[in-house]
Design a binder for this molecule. Sequence first.
Ligand SMILES: O=C1O[C@H](COP(=O)(O)O)[C@@H](O)[C@H](O)[C@H]1O
Length: 457
Amino acid sequence: MTGTTLLILGASGDLTSRLLLPGLATLLSIETDRRVTLVGADLPQMSENAWRERVTAAFGRADAAEALPRVLGDTRYVAGDATDPHLLGRLLESLEVDSDSPLVIYFALPPQVSAAVCETLAGLDLPENTTLALEKPFGYDAQSAKDLNVLLSKSVPEDRVFRIDHFLGLYTVLNLLGLRFANRLFEPVWDRDSIEKVEIFYDETVTLEGRAGYFDRAGALRDMIQSHLLQVMAVVAMEPPASVGERDLRDAIGQVLRAARVVDPVADSRRARYTAGSIGERAVPDYAAEEGVDPELGTETLAEVEVEVANQRWAGVPFILRSGKSFAAVRKQVVVHFKPPAHIPDGLLGRDTPDTLTIDLRPDTFTLSLTTNGSGDAFTLGRTDLVGALGGSQLEPYGEVLSSMLDCNPRLAVRGDAAEECWRIVEPVLAAWSRDDVPLETYPAGSQGPEGWSSTR
Ligand SMILES: O=C1O[C@H](COP(=O)(O)O)[C@@H](O)[C@H](O)[C@H]1O
């Protein structure tokens, strides 16, 4: 396998140490013939030794020490401002890149800095085989996402832009493709005739975890729903693609997102913020009292929206997307609620709950919960749960995403039009919230959210 040069801008930051380097480490320990030349760059001065120690520590944490020599041999760190055309130009010239060894420039940077670096890049000649990989958030609204797309198109073609959404690297999300399209059971009932509603939950027990600088300006709607959960929804709702090639897959995702909308941004959305509480033994302070939080911003830590996919297959079926922090327990699921059958023979008694298919994201399992004959009395209906494990990957989502990025296959990346659509879908809700048309509710940390929120628990 030929090598790729991975240039990380923002190499001294938290994202690089916490996710990117461990993801790379796992990938290299599994794909033993993959070659990567790792170059870190960032504003702070850092000695070569300190950089190498950082890389070594990340590989250690990922239990991938045996893969370390393959990157440590020629890794280096460059200090400087990546928005400076002279510095960036010199740095790019110094890289050994040709048609057999492509270059991936990974922006592990805050969005404003990424945009400024993109401006700089647009004025430089990039090696032909360059991929630009950008972390979310991709812009801060539909217009800024559009502007960023235009800027990126000045540097590289669309199939060389990797807008990262690590949820597309979640094995469970990829498993939806097999579950839906590779058997005869589900696809014939996967539509408005048979499905009542679909819920996509990502309830976390994690709190702010020191991320006020980013999260307090983003909030749960932008952080999780605008990006990740709409992508998951698109995979749940998409038409069968002809192939899982990047074009077919991303066309199918784009088609769903183009049809999606929040019909009534006030009635179809809810927001809340956690107050002091405890999760297990852990005492959690009020969100508003966390360091770095500006209580005046009214940032939500829990968001829920009801989305309609206005097309022949889904018109009228609510897709409820919810994500929140500081919950009592983790709940990361797609729950498909089926409609009741048109007729149950008279005399069969006791059926009151709908059949559901629950797909658990991490751990990857599915549960088909069916109405069946109850035990004891065959004429009184009961419920049977069929539980199955879904295939897993040794790669964490970041490893999965990195693998396709280093292979220059954008299948697991968000396409430019999809990024703009996701903003278009949530913008009316953001506007209603900024007008305070939707009250900011509260829930104690360690609870199951405010009373009366959508829940099938
Ligand atoms: O991108 C993000 O995702 C995480 C949830 O993903 P996970 O892979 O850590 O489960 C979320 O906690 C974070 O706020 C968000 O920025």
